[in-house]
Design a protein around this ligand. Structure first.
Ligand code: BGC
Length: 390
């Protein structure tokens, strides 16, 4: 297996160099959108070596026996790169990202690759009540709080410990009342790259006061390769008969509605682009897909999401213990940032699949609870597994 990947890689390098000669007359723009011209590689670690708030940041690399590689920085616990083989055995970087911490800081509100907390997605009007006490948060998204507030877990430096060549452990103490959330929350997140080409992210947390917790990862994927253009021809399947419709500020209405007969029906594979332009009130509210899908009853051995890159044949299967997922089709990407491969983060050139409890659960009594009490352990895991369809 390793050998055939290696020889395919050698062959593709040769093809690539030929391609490079032929391309001298092509414009830069054309070069960037041609996925075969991109040589997948992990950014230089120098852009990730800094001291922030007295803590050291780095870029860590995990590698499995098939040559699959993941790069993660402890600044925001961000997944920076993920190199997996395509249908020809060529390594493709499926994660959109930046080449330095400064780049990630500039692109802050996009949350590229980041660990999200204390509360993933929105809390309406930056307020919630717990055990009779009202808590007020910073509103960083119009009238609402998004992804933890002003300084979420995406912008803090996590303590990192590389356990072995395939495992990175990150820990963070989120102090009582940090960003307005009660309780000292001790968090441990472990990234593990399996030999089955699965990237597993497991989360654990304990608190000393009742609080709310909803942790996720906000990687942006393009399965044809970061910087290779639109994701509209990717095919998606989500085992969710229901979703949570939202108002115009993307707060769930509280209803759990069937996807049947709507552009949200991804129970059978369909491309993202096939219905994203439909005249539909919910697509209008989200400016595309930016909604929480409610998984059908499942275990962590069911692939609840399958996405396939039309050009690469790379399939990503998601396994999770979470009840929902935010499918975000990159609607707010606006080409404001220069990414790892020199491309811009143009509209819908990557998508996020954020496994989670439902947005605004602290204010929605009929949604599964996100409360964590002292003495209990928050524990959840999600795996993104890669294979190819020929
Ligand atoms: C949110 C989007 C937001 C994106 C990046 C997603 O989880 O639902 O509305 O634009 O994250 O911030």
């Amino acid at each position: 297996m390793y050998k055939s990947i290696k020889s395919a890689a050698v062959l593709s390098v040769a093809i690539l160099s030929l391609g490079a000669c032929n391309q001298t007359s092509k414009s830069n723009q054309q070069k960037m959108t041609d996925s075969t011209s991109l040589q997948a590689k992990i950014p230089d670690s120098s852009g990730f070596t800094q001291t922030i708030d007295g803590k050291q940041t780095h870029l860590f690399t995990l590698k499995n026996k098939n040559g699959v590689e993941a790069a993660i920085t402890n600044f925001g616990g961000r997944l920076v790169s993920l190199l997996v083989p395509d249908k020809n055995g060529k390594m493709v970087d499926v994660v959109e990202g930046l080449s330095s911490i400064d780049g990630y800081k500039k692109a802050g509100s996009s949350y590229f690759g980041a660990l999200i907390g204390r509360y993933g997605n929105r809390i309406a009007k930056g307020k919630f009540t717990l055990e009779g006490k009202e808590y007020t948060l910073f509103k960083n998204n119009g009238p609402n709080t998004l992804h933890g507030g002003k300084v979420g877990y995406d912008e803090v430096v996590w303590d990192a410990k590389q356990i072995d060549s395939t495992t990175l452990q990150l820990t963070y103490l989120s102090k009582d009342m940090e960003e307005g959330f009660p309780g000292n929350l001790n968090i441990k997140v472990v990234y593990h790259l399996g030999d089955d080409n699965g990237l597993n992210i497991s989360y654990e947390a304990t608190t000393d006061k009742t609080t709310v917790v909803n942790l996720t990862n906000h990687a942006y994927y393009n399965l044809n390769g970061a910087g290779s253009g639109t994701i509209l021809n990717h095919s998606v399947q989500i085992l969710a008969d229901n979703y949570t419709p939202v108002d115009s500020t993307l707060i769930p209405t509280g209803k759990i509605e069937p996807v049947k007969g709507t552009p949200f029906d991804y129970t059978k594979p369909a491309t993202i682009g096939s219905r994203i332009g439909d005249a539909n009130e919910q697509l209008k509210n989200g400016k595309g897909y930016d909604h929480n899908f409610v998984f059908n009853k499942h275990t962590d051995t069911t692939a609840v999401v399958k996405v396939v890159g039309d050009k690469s044949g790379i399939e990503m299967d998601i396994y999770t213990e979470e009840p929902g997922i935010q499918f975000y089709s990159g609607n707010f990407m606006a080409g404001a940032n220069t990414m790892k491969y020199g491309n811009k983060d143009d509209h819908r050139t990557a998508f996020a699949m954020e496994t989670q409890h439902f947005p605004d659960s602290p204010n929605q009594p009929n949604f599964p609870s996100t409360e964590l009490k002292p003495g209990k352990v928050y524990k959840t895991s999600t795996e993104y597994k890669f294979s190819v369809v020929k």
